[in-house]
Ligand binder design. Structure first.
Ligand SMILES: C[S@@+](CC[C@H](N)C(=O)[O-])C[C@H]1O[C@@H](n2cnc3c(N)ncnc32)[C@H](O)[C@@H]1O
Length: 220
């Protein structure tokens, strides 16, 4: 059984893709993709020996040693040349972006990037779009007390995104699922509780602006 978040990530992988799961840890995504049977080549990458051993054990237990290539390496350094789709999930936006920027040259052959940063979302959206991608699909999942925005980027010119698109996600803003409204209400409560505390003038201004942005987004 995989979690709702990982299930949605699997669903975001295009049919026929040749996939590398970067920071694979338990290898659940490549194994689920192999079971689904709609993708081509599969590689699971992790840079630490503990997670690498976990991946190896999971792949052996699933009888998929010949189906999934395992790599103990950092980021995109040992990315297989067949890969055209990168899944990079379960980490913050800053680390996601750092790994992609460090492996920038390898992105030439990458058509899709699927990520789900639970923090630094605006920074990671801006950064991945700056690498030559646009936001093609977005989903939202609530798991372990966190809202995850799952994002599929596709290579190509991006439209002009507004400040709110960068903050909240252009596709989620269009789709407006119920969970997105819950997310906004939670953000509103969080900012209101911060504003109830003593703050510097700059910080108060920052949170005032954030609160009105959230209110505008809620009332749209
Ligand atoms: C929290 S786990 C996420 C596992 C899985 N992708 C998920 O979404 O549930 C993050 C994994 O990324 C790995 N990682 C961190 N930095 C990495 C890097 N530069 N290259 C490869 N793997 C990395 C960690 O070792 C860890 O196993």
């Amino acid at each position: 059984m995989i979690s709702a978040r990982l299930e949605k990530i699997v669903a975001l992988v295009p049919k026929g893709a040749n996939v590398a799961d970067v920071g694979s840890d338990h290898c659940l995504v490549p194994i689920a993709l192999a079971c689904k049977g709609e993708v081509g080549y599969l590689q699971a990458i992790d840079n630490k020996i503990g997670p690498f051993n976990t991946m190896e054990k999971a792949v052996v237990e699933a009888g998929m040693e010949k189906r999934i290539d395992l790599s103990l390496s950092s980021g995109l350094t040992c990315l297989d040349p067949r890969v055209d789709t990168i899944v990079i999930a379960g980490m913050g936006g800053a680390l996601t972006l750092q790994i992609l920027n460090e492996g920038k040259k390898k992105l030439e052959s990458i058509e899709y990037i699927i990520s789900d940063p639970h923090k630094d979302l605006e920074k990671s959206r801006r950064g991945i779009v700056a690498l030559g991608y646009y936001i093609e699909e977005e989903e939202i999942v609530y798991e372990d007390d966190l809202y995850y925005f799952l994002i599929r980027y596709k290579k190509g010119a991006a439209p002009k995104y507004s400040k709110k698109d960068w903050m909240f996600g252009p596709i989620i803003r269009k789709k407006r699922p119920e969970l997105y409204k819950k997310f906004l209400l939670e953000q509103k409560r969080r900012v209101q509780s911060l504003l109830a505390k003593p703050l510097s003038l700059d910080a108060r201004h920052h949170y005032d602006v954030m609160l009105s942005t959230i209110n505008e987004e809620l009332c749209r």
